[in-house]
Ligand binder design. Sequence first.
Ligand code: G3H
Length: 541
Amino acid sequence: MNELEKRLSVFPTEEQIPAEMRIAEMLDQREYLVNGELKTWAGDMQEVFSPVRINNNGTYTKKRLGSFPVLGEKESFEALAAAQAAYNLGRGAWPTMPVKKRIEHMLRFTKMMKEKRNDVVKLLMWEIGKSYKDSEKEFDRTIEYIFDTIDALKNLDRDSSRLQLKSEIYAQIRRGPLGVTVCMGPYNYPLNETFALLIPALIMGNVVIFKPAKHGVLLIHPLLNAFKDCFPKGVINVIYGSGKDTIAKLMESGKVDVFSFIGSSKIANILKKSHPRPNRLRSVMGLEAKNPAIVLPNADLDLAVNECILGSLSFNGQRCTALKIIFVHENIAAEFNKRYIQKLEALKMGSPWMDGVMITALPEADKPKYITELIEDAKSHGAQVINKDGGTVIESFVYPAVLYPVNKNMRVYHEEQFGPVVPICTFKDIEEPIQYMVDSNFGQQVSIFGTDPEQLAHLIDPLVNQVCRVNLNSQCQRGPDMYPFNGRKDSAEGTLSVADALRVFSIRTMVAFKDNELNKKVLSEIFEERKSNFLSTDYLL
Ligand code: G3H
């Protein structure tokens, strides 16, 4: 253990783990959920270790959290068959169920989910190293997302609960489900972002095959019973294993109707392309981003530095919305860098349960090596690590590195680092960062820091057509979840928000009839005697 390791002391000894943060026992989970049944797996298991190492007198040991099943093609097709049976070509109980009843199922699920808060939050913290406070936030934000989704669906249903009349044709237009839906979320928000796909998909009447992210898998286990008990069999199926042996096979079968995915475009594209009937596949995706911050010469520097610290280093920079490159006007770069480093050095680093901790260990085993490569590459092209200890690797922990000055010959200028390395470039002419965005393969968000209304207005108009969210004097972020979350170019496909998600997981479908005596008589009977779930003017309270 060197001096820096002693000073930082990022990993606890076993005794230093607070009692309330411990996980009672290792979770060797053999269950998976298919056709409303928790099946027991007897095959290969994937071991799960925490990114948080245990310090034993200066040597570090991995903390084993448990294991989960590595299912294969056979079990994936069992899940597909169960989902198809539940959907029954759109004739199943779930896709034809009145919205009110589907909401009742979802409310029951949410009640059971809330009872598991403590287990899920602790697993989230241990599995991906997210701070305890942010893990709590992720859980609570997900519950709020479900309630907001229910409210949005009620509004949608109320708007659809009447007939329209145009050119002597009556119509009742509603949104109907699409079918068998695959949901795959990312490891950095393994609960929230996955559920932001899963919940709207389910509540719109689709049937789901859900495969958890590569990290943050065990935390789904406490919810399996709630899924089993609250939804009809086959409506939600939870499988585990490599994407290649599970979801890829399902996609190749052509029997997946909706592919919803948040993660890397490399995986997304392989899976999407393996579907033999692309015209029948609906895709909803959140992919990579390289959101820039542009700090103008007249910016409020303290505010800009605070937002850039949050934007670039919250959860170690492992957010798709993170600020992944900072352009600072050359006149203020020296001062910006000085203040940025001061703030960085004051950040709390270490165990995820520490009060106010921001920098923690990284869950991806190869990430420290990748970050080191980016730093070495940038150095070889003229950048320096300008903060003390920047880039120091201690097992799974990387001390954030600030690279300056960064230029287009460096990998970190182009690649999405998704980790604690902060590239800073200078600009003289505002066209330089604008051109960066025009040339970029990504188009999610940008943050602009400045105080001149004229100049800001002048920038807003071209930039809203490069990205989908221009943040003024504020870091980039997804929330609030009522706002659209999307991107241009390789950053996304489709728009997610509480209300938009209900749309992307459904299609408008209608019943139309000419205004004649026969139809009036027949339709009146259907409405009055409530013979149809679809054709109904009942107002959802
Ligand atoms: O990883 C991407 C997340 O959607 C970011 O969400 O901006 O709320 O952290 P956030």
